[in-house]
Design a binder for this molecule. Structure first.
Ligand code: PLP
Length: 386
């Protein structure tokens, strides 16, 4: 057997490896507090679950159009209008099993040897992995701790040249919780006018997890970019639906057929009953979201203050998502050593920074998608081992 060469360029998402390690320790009788995983620790709201059950009873068992059911695409179009005042026709909306397939399809559509793709570092590891797989050159856009993991639009624009085909932005950001302010996105959107051949992929999967009363600085606010803009969002993080596999993305008119073809060549379509439930999620009620954010706000203060009180740890306050990304260099350990020690000595699962880029060895990602009590306990346990 000979596996294709490009397979070996594919990376992975280490959070899943950590999860497997934590589960193994648990099966051996160890108590583990999981601050490694990137999914809300809430159940999907009941009305969404009930809608899915009803859809199954009513016979939603077959294939749907590969780009998603029209009712759901219209629902997403309405949602976009409500959130951002933007007019995006349902024909341009693509429903996929989660946010990830849109990342994969966009990168594979534009990536090839000789081409450059700009992506954030620290960043969601799938970007770099798939860029490498496609044969394109991965160009990191470094997000600095000093700027609270945001960027200067000019620094990003300086990375673009005639070889650049795709620019990936993620806001709010995994793993740092960084929020790039609207003023900086305005500058970037304006500067991109000089590079009409560059496609923008905006990963906005954490669009509803923003703190301090700020609103989402979506790329959907720039209709002048619509002919080369892909915006991805979904149900996973907003409605605690990671396991349902449901995401939406907006594509330029001339790419929607192309991305649909990729769906037809891989998974065909998203489960019909799940799509019915996804529409119910968009239609509300949405009080669940406010409750979830109130909990996340409290935990954010707990974890940031708690980490900053520990010797050798410095932690910025995240503006979005549910991650803290402290610098642990003054503990004398690397992020990897620190994470191993946390898991095996303190029973707390966290993810080393290098899972999000080679330049991140001084950092560790803590997910605060766990209860207030568990975060308190985890901080106590880490304090003891330090
Ligand atoms: N994009 C980012 C930045 C993420 O953090 C994640 C999940 O952790 C995804 C995309 C994938 O989302 P989904 O589970 O909907 O595929």
């Amino acid at each position: 057997m000979r596996v294709a060469d490009n397979y070996f360029r594919l990376g992975t998402e280490n959070a899943f490896v950590i999860l497997a390690k934590a589960k193994k320790l648990e099966s051996e009788g160890k108590k583990i507090i999981n601050l490694g995983i990137g999914q809300p620790d809430f159940l999907t709201p009941k009305h969404i679950v009930e809608t899915a059950k009803k859809a199954l009873d009513e016979g939603y068992h077959g294939y749907t159009p590969a780009n998603g059911m029209i009712e759901l695409r219209q629902g997403v179009s309405k949602h976009i209008k409500k959130m951002y005042g933007a007019d995006v026709h349902a024909e341009r909306i693509f429903i996929a099993p989660g946010g990830k397939p849109s990342i994969f399809f966009a990168i594979m559509m534009f990536g090839q040897p000789g081409v450059e793709i700009v992506y954030p570092e620290p960043g969601f590891p799938i970007y770099e992995s798939v860029i490498n797989y496609s044969g394109a050159k991965a160009i990191p856009m470094y997000l600095s701790e000093k700027k609270n993991f945001s960027f200067n639009a000019d620094d990003v624009l300086n990375l673009i040249n005639e070889k650049t085909r795709l620019l990936i932005v993620n806001n709010p950001q995994n793993p740092t919780g960084g929020l790039i302010e609207k003023s900086e996105i305005d500058k970037l959107a304006d500067g991109l006018k000089k590079f009409p051949n560059v496609v923008i992929f905006s990963d906005e999967i954490y669009s509803r997890q923003i703190y301090d009363g700020k609103s989402m600085p979506s790329f959907l606010y720039y209709p002048e970019l619509y002919n080369r803009l892909i915006v991805m969002d979904g149900w996973s993080k907003t409605y605690a639906m990671t396991g349902w596999r449901l995401g939406w993305s907006v594509w330029p008119n001339n790419l929607i057929e192309k991305v649909t073809k990729m769906a037809i060549n891989s998974y065909s379509c998203v489960s019909a009953a799940n799509q019915v439930a996804a529409l119910a999620a968009l239609e509300g009620p949405h009080d669940f979201l406010d409750d979830m954010m109130k909990k996340f706000e409290k935990r954010r203060s707990l974890i940031v203050d708690g980490l900053n009180s520990l010797p050798g740890i410095k932690c910025n306050k995240p503006g979005g998502a549910f991650y803290a990304f402290p610098n642990i260099s003054e503990t004398g350990m690397t992020g990897e050593d620190f994470s191993e020690k946390c898991l095996f000595d303190a029973g707390v699962a966290v993810v080393p920074g290098t899972s999000f880029g080679q330049s991140c060895s001084n950092f560790v990602r803590f997910s605060f998608a766990n209860s207030y009590e568990n975060i308190e306990k985890a901080l106590e346990k880490i304090k003891k081992i330090l």
